[in-house]
Structure formats: C-alpha cells, structure tokens
Design a protein around this ligand. Structure first.
Ligand SMILES: Cc1ncc(COP(=O)(O)O)c(C=O)c1O
Length: 389
C-alpha cells in the first residue's frame, strides 16, 4: 500500500486529490466558505466551542459568516454579533436567551406582529409571561416592570403604526430595575439609530430588509453590547442550532457595499412621496417619522440621523375598508406584498390593528418606496386616488 496520491485509486483521489488550486487569490468579493466539519492537525486542537477566534464547527462560524457578523458588529458599535436565519429567528433567540419559566418580559404593542405572536402562542406555553405596553410610555415603563421582569423590548419606529419610542428613557427605567433592553433596530438598518450609544444591551435586525436590500434573502443578526448578553445569546444560539447559509451571508456582504447609497436614495424618495401625500385631501395622517403627524416625531428628530423607506398613511374617516382595498389594488408600481427595504415599492392595507390606542380602524395603508423614480411613484398613487373619487 502506498500513500502516494498519484498511485491511489481514482475513488480515493476524488476525496484526496493529488493537486489542489492555489488559495492565493485576492478578490474584492469575500469568499464563500462552505463547511460543517472543521478538521484539526492534532487531537489536542480538536474542540467544540462557539467562543473565540478559532474555527471548530460550521455552526459556530465560517470565514464568511464571521465576516458578516464582524461587519454588522462594527457598524452597530457592538461587542459581537450573531448571524441567524432571519429577523424572526433573531427575536426568538433574544427571548430564549433571557427568559425562563416564571419570567416576565415587556414588548411594545406596536412590535412586529410575529414578535407578539411568539409570546402569545409559544412563550406562554413555556410559562413565560409577556405584557404589551404603549410604545409611547417612555419612562412610564418603570411602573410596568415586575420583580420577575427579565427583558424589555423596544422597536422604534413600531411596525405599521410607526410610533418612535423614547429609547433612552425606557433604558434608564429598565436599567434602574436591573433589566436589560433589547431593540429591534431593523428600520434603522442598525445605522440610522445608534442603539448602543442610546444604552440598549441588545440590538437585533432583520438583514432581510436593508442589508440584503433586494428581497432575495432572509437573515438576521443579534448584536450584543455587554459580556453578559454575549454569554447568554452565544450559548443559546449554539443550543438552538441557528445555522445560516454562507451564500446568503455573501449576498448580505454584497448588500452592505451599497447600503449607504440605497438608504440615501430611499430616504429622499420616501420623503418626497410622503410630503406629496400629506397635501392630498383624502389623506388624514402621514405616519412618517420625519413628519410631524408621526407619534414620537420629536424623539426621531432628537435621536435618529435619518429616515428610511417605509411609512404609513391613514385615509380620511369616510374611507371604508372596501375603498382602501380598491385603492391598494389600483396601484401598479407599488406591488401588494409584505416586507420592505428592497429595491421595489410595496403596499399593504391593514385591518384595525390590535393596539389600545391608534388602531386606525382599517384606514391605514403602509407604503415602502423602492428605487423607482419618485415622480412615477407619485403619478401611480395619484392615478389610483383619482380612480377612487
Ligand atoms: C420590524 C421587523 N422585525 C423583524 C422582522 C422579521 O424579519 P424576517 O422576515 O427576516 O424574519 C420584520 C419582518 O417584516 C420586521 O418588519
């Protein structure tokens, strides 16, 4: 028997080739590393550990997934970031890293609906109680914190109804009670609002939206600002086995390269369309954080460095749900669909929302502007409005 690869059977050479290509390749695009098993030269080096820089198993990181995690951590000013299969997975990871049976958490009632459903349908069964609070409560959150509260969520602006939260006031109240604060920072793409500078312990985002940016991938990140959060989130991430595709991570890395120009353009287009809508007699409110109709607008002016592509409008009180439906179906450039943050404009109408206040009685429509020409988007809305009159 010989160990000379050139004389080995072709079946063996399929797995142990005689020649391999040089790895000395310096492309601008990051490499896509696929790998579950990591091999070691010495038994003493073999380890099963999600911490540290050494690679030990694909789930705990490959050069591609770690590159993305490092770039998001750098952008957000985090201690570290964990990449997960989507924004909803990131939300679940944060809950499960912090809450056990008998614990309590607080979530704004304007949070992304599946965040609230997770607590109602899954966490409740595990003995974890989650109470929804008015997103505009500010420091008043102190009165809602119980001895067993382990987590306070913020999401700013809130989903669909767009309330901008006073995150620093909520952080101050929660920290006074020793409770960590997690922020869904998806709207800000982790950059238009500096969560860690405003005191949060954890910042998650759905990379599905602005970082991916093209409606063709699902990914999320959980970024941590403290060593305690790092330990909790890292250990839970491993136990839940939240692995991600390196191909998706490579797409997200590519998305990062154009994030700034896309955000600039989306902000300008959204503002132009929102301001035009504000001048239309059919529209009662324009819930865009940079416009005064939006609850928490002053907080947005104080804390954010920009606005993004998604906002809502509320039609006049004489608009029926049927008329709202006809309007959204009359649009052509704005396609009917959930999600946001991509290159295409989208629209969605909502039934009365489950909020103690600001349910908007089925007269609310959410718009996400894309990279189309603003004048064409305005013409599309104008035509649809005209068809309604
Ligand atoms: C604010 C917010 N957070 C989280 C998510 C969940 O992200 P994903 O679709 O990647 O699970 C969404 C998705 O719409 C969202 O709008």
């Amino acid at each position: 028997m010989t160990d000379d690869a050139t004389t080995q059977h072709w079946r063996t050479r399929l797995l142990h080739p005689a020649a391999t290509a040089s790895k000395d390749f310096h492309a601008l695009a990051p490499a896509v590393h696929r790998g579950s098993t990591v091999v070691f030269d010495r038994l003493a080096d073999a380890r099963d550990d999600w911490r540290g820089d050494a690679y030990s198993y694909g789930l705990y990181g490959t050069p591609t997934t770690r590159e993305l995690a490092l770039r998001i951590a750098d952008l957000e000013g985090a201690l570290a970031s964990f990449v997960v299969p989507g924004g909803q997975a990131a939300i679940a990871l944060v809950y499960l890293a912090h809450c056990r049976a008998g614990d309590h958490a607080l979530v704004p009632e304007s949070a992304y609906r599946p965040n609230r459903e997770l607590s109602e349908k899954l966490l409740a069964g595990l003995g974890i109680t989650v109470d929804a609070y008015d997103p505009l409560v500010g420091s008043g959150v102190a009165a809602l914190i119980q001895p067993n509260t382990r987590l306070v969520w913020c999401e700013s602006p809130g989903s669909i109804t767009m309330e901008v939260q006073d995150v620093p006031a909520i952080v101050e109240a929660a920290h006074a009670a020793g409770v960590p604060v997690a922020l869904d920072n998806t709207y800000a793409a982790g950059v238009l609002f500096d969560g860690f500078a405003h005191g949060v312990d954890i910042s998650m985002q759905a990379l599905t939206k602005y970082v991916g940016g093209h409606s063709d991938l699902l990914l999320g990140t959980v970024s941590v600002g403290t060593a305690e959060a790092y330990d909790r989130v890292g250990a839970t991430h491993r136990l839940l086995g939240l692995s991600v595709s390196p191909d998706d991570c490579a797409l997200a890395l590519r998305g990062l390269e154009t994030l700034a120009v896309r955000l600039d353009r989306l902000e300008a287009t959204a503002l132009e369309v929102a301001r035009w809508l504000k001048a239309q007699p059919e529209v009662e409110l324009v819930l865009h954080p940079a416009l005064p109709d939006c609850p928490g607008h002053e907080v947005w002016r104080r804390d954010f460095t920009g606005s993004a592509s998604v906002f809502s409008i509320v039609f006049r009180s004489d608009w029926s749900a049927a008329r709202v439906t006809r309007f959204v179906e009359a649009l052509r450039l704005f396609r009917l669909g959930f999600s946001w943050g991509g290159t295409h404009s989208l629209v969605m109408a909502y039934p009365p929302l489950p909020r103690a206040q600001r349910g908007y009685e089925g007269r609310l429509v959410r718009l996400n502007v894309g990279l189309e020409e603003p004048a064409d988007l305005i013409a599309d809305i104008h035509r649809a409005l005209t068809e309604m009159s």
